[in-house]
Write a protein of this length. Structure first.
Ligand code: PGA
Length: 249
């Protein structure tokens, strides 16, 4: 059975006080669920979040990390630093990192390797742009993103990978992929992994959908057989909305 996961990517939002408030609201309202629930606050609020959620089932995860162990990389943080404060999962390859911070497939591959070397879990994000979808190139783009960053990994490493398919045109735009479009792509991703590895790995990896998931559309998207949950941006910043999305799974 694949793990089902609902993760909130808070991006560059929430001060320290706002982070504490949202976490305490979430803890108080968290429904009973079989799904793993995760939140990704900003770096400066990670330690506080880990401490505040010490006795909670909600996992605190990081939005990004550098691939080097340490050194002269101003503004960056390492896998060791994350683990030292109790963070064991990191988002890698978010489209905003690719688009605004120049993260190429080659860089992402190094980040994946560094996280795995530290035995961390990776939530690997990928997805096509609007032009790719319009020109019918979306399957090729997704296949290449996976191939470039992940397909040279040892089979065992896949136990530490969670995939998040996030079509760029649906992120923060209010426009969601239809449940059918999400299902079609998720099935394609499993097929691609089956070809590169085998059916067991393809069937065991959790594939989340991300891009304007809201309380109103979550249940339908999550009902698709190859969709194992969601990576939620905007709607994860409001406790009631995030809780409603968790209920939907
Ligand atoms: P969104 O963001 O839910 O605000 O579209 C999703 C994401 O970027 O992970």
């Amino acid at each position: 059975m694949r793990n089902q996961i609902v993760a909130g990517n808070w991006k560059m939002n929430k001060t320290h006080a706002e982070t504490e408030k949202l976490l305490s609201e979430l803890s108080a309202k968290l429904p009973n669920t079989h799904a793993e629930v995760m939140v990704a606050p900003t770096y400066v609020n990670l330690l506080g979040a880990v401490q505040e959620l010490e006795s909670s089932t909600i996992e605190v995860i990081a939005q990004n990390m550098h691939f080097a162990k340490n050194g002269a990389y101003t503004g960056e943080i390492s896998a060791d630093m994350l683990q030292d404060i109790g963070v064991e999962t990191v988002i890698i390859g978010h489209s905003e990192r690719r688009a605004y911070f120049g993260e190429t497939d080659a860089i992402l591959k190094k980040k994946v390797a560094a996280a795995l070397e530290n035995n961390m879990r990776i939530m690997f994000c990928f997805g096509e742009e609007l032009e790719d979808r319009k020109s019918g190139n979306h399957f090729n783009i997704v296949e290449n993103q996976l191939k470039e960053a992940l397909f040279e990994l040892e089979a065992e490493s896949w136990q530490r990978i969670v995939l998040a398919y996030e079509p760029v045109w649906a992120i923060g735009t209010g426009e969601t992929a239809s449940p059918e479009q999400a299902q079609e792509m998720h099935a394609f991703i499993r097929e691609t992994i089956t070809k590169a590895y085998n059916e067991t790995i393809a069937n065991e990896v959790s594939i989340l959908y991300g891009g304007s998931v809201k309380p109103g559309n979550a249940a339908e998207i999550f009902s698709k057989p190859d969709v194992d949950g969601g990576l939620i941006g905007g709607a994860s910043l409001v406790a009631e909305d995030f809780v409603a999305i968790i209920r939907a799974i």
